[in-house]
Each structure stands twice: as structure tokens, then as C-alpha cells.
Design a protein around this ligand. Structure first.
Ligand code: TYM
Length: 331
């Protein structure tokens, strides 16, 4: 039987964080043995905010190298850059013409982002449609994401319904979101009421995958906790501590209950010191591999080209069927 198809990606803005790792990439890695997985760097999505062209180019290579360094195997998965497969932008147009404005108006991420930005472009508004194109081009069965992408996935499912109603059900598959039970929403270190975001202007709010050990230690030790001293896992009343315990739990493989028992009677500072060491230890081999990869640009470009080639064959098949469904003349 054919393996189920998994697809996911990350937008090339800011720096990949522990939130991205725990909420997404760690899950992607665990799926690569059993499924037919496609993982990409969403560079077209990055253009929804103004980018310095040189920095964007560097960041795309850096994200790709971080995917590899974090354990995504280019032989087991299809790893690529979104802009290398032009069918994403083409299907995006077809789907844009099926999506009611009212549905896009409801997107909370657009509301949040547009309230913080002066010059809002149309791409930011239609961002979730391009996301739907990413997913539907590959007939993805399952899309592993963090909690913050849930609404975009629901919109994608609405778009599939619109398409099915107008053109029939044979071409586009209905995808299911997969949101991990633990770590689906890692919070900011300085303000645990909001999510850890890679484009946060205050870099104390997140730990980046490629932060130096010194920075990691400093950021985790200065994470905001409450003024109480009792170690408990209580995300509502002890958001800061619970966030640290969640990160600790995912990285150590111990449950939060085990950790609470282990640290009973100790100070919050003990949790922070041990967690900072664990994060540094976890990221050490990743960073070593990352720095090696970044020295070998030709190799990175070669892998990108291979991945894009594999992805394109599949994307072209879907797009051709979509063009036929919609009444465009295909040659
Ligand atoms: P992005 O780049 O914001 O995040 C990449 C993945 O990381 C998850 N994530 C988190 N998980 C837990 N805690 C956090 N603090 C945290 N921050 C981010 C996100 O949920 C996501 O799974 N629009 C997407 C990229 C995208 C995509 C797609 C994803 C483009 N096309 C198609 C899936 C399918 C985004 O900006 O993710």
C-alpha cells in the first residue's frame, strides 16, 4: 500500500526557534520513517513582510541547512524551497479565485500581524491561500503543525470543499491537521502569555536553534517565572514555569509529572540551570552539523535542486488536473 503523504513547512522569517523545533520539526523527524514526507522552506510566504534580498537569500540557505542538521534526511524526505516549484504560485491563483474575502477576514494571524504593521500588502491577506496551495499540490493526507496554524488548516479544508462542490472530488484530497499533544504552543520566555515567535523583535523571548551556548544559558536563566517557589505544572497560573517544564519534558523524554517530582522542594533556578544545560547539549551536535553544512554551499544547492525536482513532478501532475477541472486549455 502507498505510504500516506505528510507535508509541512516553515516561513523563512527570523530565526528558527525552540518553538519551531518542539512544535513542528521534531514531529516531522519522527514521521520520516513511516510516511512519504515533503518538507519545505516557505520563502514565498516570507515576502509578505519587507525583506532585505541578501538576507533573505542567506536565511533560506540557513533554514534548509537547519532542517538537515535537525535530522531531516534528504534521502527519506523530499526537502525543497517553495519558490523552486513554481506550481505553488500557480495553484495559489486558482484557489484565490475560489476563496471568499469574508473567510480571509476571519484569520486571527492576519488580524494580529496587520495591527502591528503599517504597510499591509495583499499577500499578507491571502497568505493562507498560498498555504493551501502548498498542501493540496501534493495530495497531503496529514499536515503536522503547531497550534497557531490550526485556523489556516481549517481554511484549507473549507477551500477543498469549495473546490469539490464546483469541480468534483477526484483531484484534491482533504488534508487532516496533526497537532502534537505536547509542545504545540511553546511560549515566549519573557512574556509567557504569548507564543514564542521567530520574528519577535526582542530576542530574549526566544531561543534560536543556532544561538551560542552562552546566549542560550542567559536567555533561559532570565526567563520570566512567578514569585511563588512551589514547583507545579499549572499552565494557567504558572505559565512561565510550565512552559519551561514543557520544553524540558519534550527534550528529556520525561513526563511533566516526573519532572515535578524530581524538583520538589528545589528552587525554580535549579530547573532553569538544568534545562539550559539540556538545551545546549541537545543543540550542540545540531549546531556542529549546521556550521559544517553552511561551509559547503554547493552541496546545499545540489540537495535543494534534487528536492525541487522530486517535488515538481508531483506538483505538475496535480496542477494539470486542476487546470483541466477548471476549464483551462492544457497542452
Ligand atoms: P512558521 O514558520 O511560523 O512555523 C513553523 C512551524 O512551527 C510551529 N510553531 C510553533 N509550535 C509550537 N510553539 C511555538 N511557539 C511555535 N511557533 C511556530 C508552527 O505551528 C509551524 O508548524 N505558515 C506556516 C508555514 C507554512 C506551512 C505551509 C505549514 C507555509 N505553508 C503548509 C504547513 C503547511 C508558518 O508560518 O509557520
Amino acid at each position: 500500500m502507498a505510504k500516506k503523504v505528510i507535508l509541512s513547512g516553515s516561513t523563512a522569517t527570523g530565526d528558527l526557534t525552540l518553538g519551531n523545533y518542539i512544535g513542528a520539526i521534531n514531529n516531522w523527524k519522527s514521521l520520516q520513517e513511516e510516511y512519504d514526507c515533503l518538507y519545505f522552506v516557505a520563502d514565498l510566504h516570507a515576502l509578505t513582510v519587507a525583506q532585505d534580498p541578501k538576507q533573505l537569500q542567506e536565511r533560506c540557505k540557513s533554514f534548509f541547512a537547519q532542517y538537515l542538521a535537525l535530522g531531516l534526511d534528504p534521502d527519506k524526505n523530499t526537502l525543497f524551497l517553495q519558490s523552486h516549484v513554481p506550481e505553488h504560485a500557480e495553484l495559489n491563483w486558482i484557489l484565490t479565485c475560489l476563496t471568499p474575502m469574508g473567510y480571509l477576514n476571519r484569520m486571527t494571524q492576519f488580524k494580529d500581524k496587520s495591527s502591528q504593521t503599517k504597510n499591509i500588502n495583499a499577500g499578507l491577506f491571502t497568505y493562507p491561500v498560498l498555504m493551501s496551495a502548498d498542501i493540496l499540490l501534493y495530495q497531503a493526507d496529514v499536515v503536522p503543525v503547531g497550534e497557531d496554524q490550526k485556523q489556516h488548516l481549517e481554511l484549507c479544508r473549507d477551500i477543498v470543499n469549495f473546490y469539490h462542490n464546483r469541480y468534483g472530488e477526484k483531484t484534491l484530497k482533504m488534508p487532516e491537521p496533526h497537532i502534537g499533544k505536547q509542545g504545540a504552543r511553546i511560549m515566549s520566555l519573557q512574556d509567557p502569555s504569548k507564543k514564542m515567535s521567530k520574528s519577535d523583535e526582542n530576542e530574549k523571548n526566544f531561543v534560536s536553534i543556532i544561538d551560542t551556548p552562552k546566549k542560550i544559558q542567559k536567555k533561559i536563566k532570565s526567563a520570566v517565572t512567578d514569585s511563588d517557589t512551589v514547583i507545579e505544572f499549572d499552565p494557567e497560573n504558572k505559565a512561565g514555569l510550565s512552559n519551561l517544564l514543557t520544553i524540558y519534558s519534550v527534550l528529556s523524554g520525561k513526563s511533566t509529572e516526573e519532572l515535578v517530582n524530581e524538583y520538589q522542594g528545589k528552587m525554580y533556578g535549579h530547573v532553569k540551570v538544568d534545562l539550559a544545560d539540556l538545551v545546549c547539549e541537545t543543540l550542540k551536535p545540531v549546531q556542529e552539523k549546521y556550521h559544517d553544512l553552511m561551509k559547503n554551499e554547493d552541496y546545499l544547492l545540489e540537495l535543494m535542486a534534487k528536492g525541487a525536482q522530486k517535488a515538481r513532478v508531483r506538483a505538475q501532475n496535480t496542477l494539470k488536473a486542476v487546470y483541466q477541472d477548471t476549464g483551462l486549455v492544457t497542452l
